[in-house]
Design a protein around this ligand. Structure first.
Ligand code: IVH
Length: 709
């Protein structure tokens, strides 16, 4: 490399040439940074070159170029995709794994709708495409934007890339003014093989499977790269519509196909679980010859007015389900059993495997669940695998279902080494040495170290920044591990993330001077963190990582309490597991006693609560959007349903009342506004009379809610 001449020693000609060189190098670095996973220079080098460019410009102001890198402060190309909020949330599907689950699905749907078993009820069955979902918004027939699913609420704007996909029409005639078409982007097996061959020739990394290849291709910042990748698209659903597409799923899909979208030819209308299962078998038979990956069959209620009545249960529709194909299996040997400590302290045994390919993916770890699973017994003490235990050195059957961590199904005793010994499950936490205790009724042993256990703390932080929670750009598991160990800028609890920038400003060794960091990446990180100070309540509750509180429970609780203040006050008031706040928490559909206990107790553990308070002080927690119940005659009213309802099921009545802003309660008290009593109503109707609460028949109730219902 030619040694660099100090700026003060540059002649005017040299300075001019140097500015030209730097403009070129920095532009190329920009390009590589934005389009490739492997930038050619480090952030630190980039910053240094940019500084040199600025120094030369300061010494020779008249030589500053029109395309000076100084004027392109991250503006030339955007660093990431912009974010777009979905007009209608993109949800996931519940799963069915066997025929019985399919029958149960039909029973649930009928029960909700109050449709008798003998009455005809149509469904559609179609392949579940193993790709990534995309929402396409058309306004007046023109493609306006294409957005990935993201966390279901906010996705990435990949419009330029979607425009390069041949299956996606850009103008449509005969469509509603506003129309969002949703479907799956995927890559065929043939195109995937050809792409990987080309990658090998280029010396580039091969893709693990067609889905990863499709995802990697769609999420390219340079649309030219996407254009060169053979992506395809099947349309199967929709989001916002200014007018309905049709009266049934079948007709809507036919209309979408007529507009020029590809729809799956194996979609069939079926008249019940038996026909659905038959279509499942037909699709499964053709699976190997379809030429693209599918991982199950999706069933949907055909009548769209019934779909609307059924609605959603936090993150999944009641009117659809995915019947998954059985997982793929491979055989390999267990080389070691290691214990991982999770965010709630659970000791999870993991089998380290001799690497083996399962369904196109190399697998080298599998979960062993817990102590009992290794021993060969279930939570009730009954034998599993006919009681065969799992040992280091054993040959085992490994399977993988979807994206989840692989599991072990069985052990081949004929291959067990003579000197093998049963696995001895630890009784102390391998990370912090605290006793690991298995409480009565719990299937896992838990580290009792709490916040002093570094593994629990790190895992909690990783969960906190994960997708669906705070999802902070540039702050993933790897960076959390680094900051957790950092002596000068430690991040030991969530609140520390939000004080990072201030602490960095006061620090001697700045983040931008660390290995792997530069001014640009440090600034970006602080910006990404600040952006997330404003956080919706449901994400905050989920991010706290409390036991039993997942993504959908987070949303359930958030919708119920509406604001952080109300949620916190309720958890405080319920501290003794008694009283109104405690009863209300338990009355939420989807919250059980175990979860309620975990929630309330978290708020009453000194250190855990202090950490929550420190965090919330850094945030601007967004209340949940109140449903627009203006004009609803029952907004804020407390309603009790009792007896047999004849026009709709109890479940549907409850959901509809709640949609109109009413609170549905299970018991009658002075606070009850209406008791809706069907035939056979007993003690609750009597109590209503005693308390002078308005008693309504089902028909009177429907009159009251009028067209709103
Ligand atoms: S319907 C409200 N149909 O599966 C739910 N989804 O596990 C609308 N998927 O996020 C989805 N093939 O990405 C539907 N034929 C199909 C599908 C399908 C694949 C994906 C989709 C969804 C995921 C849910």
């Amino acid at each position: 490399m030619v040694p660099e001449i100090a700026v003060s020693k540059l002649s005017k000609d040299q300075a001019k040439a140097e500015l030209a060189r730097l403009a070129k190098v920095l532009a190329s670095a920009n390009q590589r940074y934005h389009t490739d996973d492997a930038p050619e220079i480090s952030d630190a080098q980039y910053d240094r070159l940019k500084q040199r460019n600025a120094d030369i410009e300061a010494a020779f102001p008249d030589l500053k170029r029109a395309d000076s890198p100084s004027d392109q402060v991250g503006a030339a190309v955007s660093e990431t995709f912009s974010k777009i909020t979905h007009a209608v949330r993109m949800l996931s599907l519940g799963n069915a794994f066997d025929d019985e689950d399919v029958v149960d699905f039909d029973t649930r749907v009928r029960k909700f709708l109050g449709t008798a078993m003998g009455t005809k009820l149509l469904y559609t069955a179609e392949p579940k495409i193993d790709g990534l979902s995309l929402s396409l918004r058309f306004e007046k027939g023109h493609l306006i934007h294409a957005v990935t699913r993201g966390d279901g609420e906010v996705g990435e704007n990949v419009t330029n890339n979607a425009r390069t996909i041949a299956d996606i029409p850009q103008t449509i005639t005969g469509a509603p003014d506003v129309m969002e078409i949703r479907g799956e982007v995927y890559m065929s097996h043939a195109d995937f093989d050809a792409l990987n061959d080309a990658q090998v020739k280029k010396g580039a990394k091969e893709f693990a499977n067609p889905r990863n290849a499709a995802a990697g291709s769609l999420r390219q910042l340079d649309a030219k790269i996407t254009a060169a990748r053979p992506l395809r698209f099947f349309a199967y659903a929709w989001g916002e519509l200014s007018e309905p597409l049709a009266g049934t799923q079948t007709a809507a899909i036919a209309r979408i196909a007529a507009m020029g979208f590809s729809t799956n030819p194996l979609t069939k209308t079926c008249d019940g679980p038996k026909a659905l299962i038959a279509q499942y078998a037909r699709i499964e038979e053709q699976r190997a010859t379809l030429g693209y990956d599918i991982d199950g069959v999706v069933y949907k209620v055909d009548d769209l007015s019934l779909q609307a009545r059924l609605g959603f249960r936090s993150t999944t529709p009641r009117w659809a389900i995915a019947h998954k194909f059985p997982a793929e299996i491979a055989h390999t040997r267990i080389e070691a059993i290691e214990i991982q400590v999770g965010r709630t302290g659970a000791l999870s045994p993991v089998a380290r495997l001799l690497p083996v390919t399962v369904g196109g993916v190399v697998v080298s770890n599998a979960t062993l669940h817990n102590e009992d699973y290794i021993k060969g017994v279930d939570s009730k003490g009954n034998a599993i695998r006919e009681g065969r235990d799992i040992r280091v050195g054993d040959w085992v059957e490994v399977y993988r279902a979807g994206d989840v961590i692989p599991k072990i199904r069985d052990v081949d005793l004929s291959k067990r080494p003579d000197d093998s010994v049963p696995y001895d499950f630890p009784t102390i936490c391998p990370e912090c040495g605290s006793p690991a205790i298995r409480e009565e009724g719990d299937s896992v042993a838990r580290c009792t170290g709490g916040i002093i256990c570094p593994a629990q703390a790190v895992e909690k932080l990783k969960h906190f920044v994960a997708r669906g929670a705070f999802d902070i750009e540039g702050l993933g598991a790897k960076q959390i591990e680094m900051f957790f160990e950092d002596a000068e800028l430690p991040v030991k609890e969530p609140a520390d993330i939000f004080t990072l920038e201030n602490r960095d400003a006061q620090n001697f060794t700045k983040l931008k001077n660390r290995d792997g960091w530069g001014a640009r990446s440090a600034t970006n990180l602080f910006a990404a963190i600040n952006e997330k100070r404003k956080i919706p309540l449901n994400k905050l509750i989920f991010a706290l990582g409390m036991r039993h509180v997942g993504d959908s429970t987070g949303t359930l609780l958030a919708n119920n309490y509406g604001s952080w203040a109300a949620f916190e006050a309720a958890m405080d008031a319920a501290f003794d597991h008694k009283g109104e706040a405690w009863e209300q928490l338990n009355a939420i559909d989807g919250v059980g006693r175990v979860m309620a206990t975990a929630l309330v107790d978290t708020f009453h553990k000194g250190e855990a609560r202090d950490a929550i308070d420190r965090l919330v002080a850094e945030l601007d927690v967004q209340d949940m959007a109140k449903r627009d119940t203006s004009g609803s005659p029952v907004a804020g009213k407390v309603v009790v349903f009792t007896g047999t309802l004849e026009l709709m099921s109890r479940a549907e009545a409850k959901v509809r009342a709640e949609d109109l802003g009413a609170k549905v309660s299970g018991s009658v008290s002075k606070k009850t506004d209406y008791v809706v009593a069907g035939p056979g109503a007993g003690s609750k109707a009597k109590k209503a009379k005693e308390l002078g609460v308005t008693l309504l028949s089902e028909a009177q109730w429907l009159d009251l809610i009028g067209k709103n219902g």
